[in-house]
Design a protein around this ligand. Structure first.
Ligand SMILES: [Fe+2]
Ligand SMILES: [Fe+2]
Length: 436
């Protein structure tokens, strides 16, 4: 495979960005679902190793990697209660058995991941026909999907549920692989996995650029990306992020997307440069990424928070900043997102910055965030009017909010805000809502 012609079209930086974005998305997903740290990445890596032993083509390996990272996307639409019941009983009730299809629909929304989406769609199917949603059997289930199914199950067994604590983790993995062999997955898939364990798996720290190169993954990424006529893959992936962040919270459907759109509107009316508007927009999509780590019973608590709960909530902007910083080249966006709860008079969190020490984009986000919070339904009240939000923002201009930003807000017509508020939910958000 000759990488040269393709790398002239898309830079190394773009390839790295694509991978970074999806790794960060996997991390957010793990946090949102309360998975043991980096479940998604572990599944991705072990799946690729197993696939390599079976001689899968590099395109399939690449699909496996991203399918591993994102296979739990569909769980985001299940309630905490349902997930707990499923984990304890090991059984998925019939009415919830559609979630792999939901995950596949969400995944297919990311440019160039339609192959990965197909693997995710089948990852709950079982070789003996006992799986779901379709009840496929044998060769109807692709080998790559079987790999994903086995690796995912093993990771859950070892790291999440640990049913056989008498065995060391390696022995437990082998034990499950043997029980699944020829029943839940084909014999070849189980054998390949056992061989990976035999050789000793790559650990995350070892799985570095060398492995990517060995697998030609960069080249394949590129080949797929340029086939796709989506001009801005970054934005598409960030919108999936936003949908996942908002799905965590019962009352915030579309919140991140709207905050991003409001903030960009304000930045445009303030005459900021195109590139700054874009950074502010991206920061808006990700500003609450750190919220995924907050348990839902705190997020949706109708009453007053305890001091301890409040301390957890106050940390979320810092975490948003850290998550975004993990994506190479998005340092400015990380900074804007990280300071979205700072106040002009220094009474905000988490850093307590004041006035011009707060990045301009964060000051815009803070106004956009307040506006959306007031104008959407909450657990404890119905949405307030544009006029009520206008009054609130102006009352606290110069104390909580940057008076200059509020002045720009005042110049924008009510209709422009309402156009964003009334915009139809995006396809991706509909997919998540449909699963509920
Ligand atoms: Fe926030
Ligand atoms: Fe927010």
């Amino acid at each position: 495979m000759n990488p040269h012609p393709i790398s002239q079209i898309l830079s190394n930086r773009q390839q790295r960005l694509f991978k970074d974005l999806l790794k960060a998305l996997g991390l957010v997903l793990d946090l949102a679902l309360g998975n043991k740290q980096q479940h998604s990445l572990r599944v991705a890596i072990a799946s690729v190793q197993t696939g390599a032993i079976l001689g899968l083509a590099s395109e399939e390996l690449r699909d496996l990697f991203y399918a591993g990272l994102l296979h739990d996307l569909g769980e985001i639409c299940l309630s905490d209660e349902d997930r707990r019941t499923m984990a304890l009983s090991g059984v998925t009730p019939a009415h919830l058995r559609n979630y792999p299809a939901v995950a596949a629909d969400i995944c297919a929304w990311i440019p160039s991941l339609d192959g990965a989406a197909q693997l995710i769609r089948q990852h709950r199917e079982r070789f003996d026909g006992s799986g779901y949603p379709e009840g496929l059997r044998g060769a109807q289930i692709t080998q790559a999907s079987q790999i994903l199914a086995l690796v995912n199950e093993l990771d859950d067994q070892v790291f999440l549920t640990s049913p056989r604590l008498d065995l060391d983790p390696r022995a437990r993995l082998r034990d499950v692989a043997w029980r699944w062999r020829g029943r839940k997955v084909s014999e070849e898939v189980a054998d390949a996995y056992l061989e990976v364990q035999e050789k000793g798996p790559w650990t995350m720290s070892v799985f570095a650029e060398t492995q990517w190169r060995q697998l030609h993954l960069d080249v394949v990424d590129l080949a797929k990306l340029i086939k796709f006529d989506e001009p801005n893959f970054v934005e598409s992936i960030l919108r999936v992020f936003a949908a996942i962040i908002d799905a965590k919270h019962a009352y915030t459907h579309g919140h991140s997307w709207r905050v991003a759109a409001f903030a960009r509107l304000i930045a445009r009316h303030a005459g900021r440069s195109e590139s700054e508007q874009m950074k502010i927009y991206h920061a808006g999509l990700l500003h609450d990424a750190g919220k995924v780590a907050i348990p839902t019973n705190i997020l949706d608590k109708p009453g007053k928070l305890t001091a301890e709960e409040w301390a957890i909530v106050r940390e979320h902007p810092r975490k948003s900043g850290l998550i975004v910083r993990a994506i190479g080249g998005m340092e400015d966006v990380a900074e804007i997102a990280g300071f979205h709860h700072e106040r002009w008079d220094g009474t905000g969190y988490f850093q307590g910055l004041a006035a011009a020490a707060i990045p301009y984009g964060s000051r815009v986000l803070s106004v956009a965030d307040t506006y959306d919070a007031m104008c959407s339904d909450r657990a404890y009240r119905r949405a307030l009017s544009y006029e009520a939000a206008y009054e609130e923002l102006n009352r606290f201009a110069g104390t909580m909010y940057d008076a200059e930003v509020v002045a720009v807000f005042n110049r924008i017509s009510k209709a422009e805000f309402e156009e964003i508020q009334n915009a139809e939910l995006e396809e991706i958000q509909r997919a998540i809502t449909r699963g509920r």
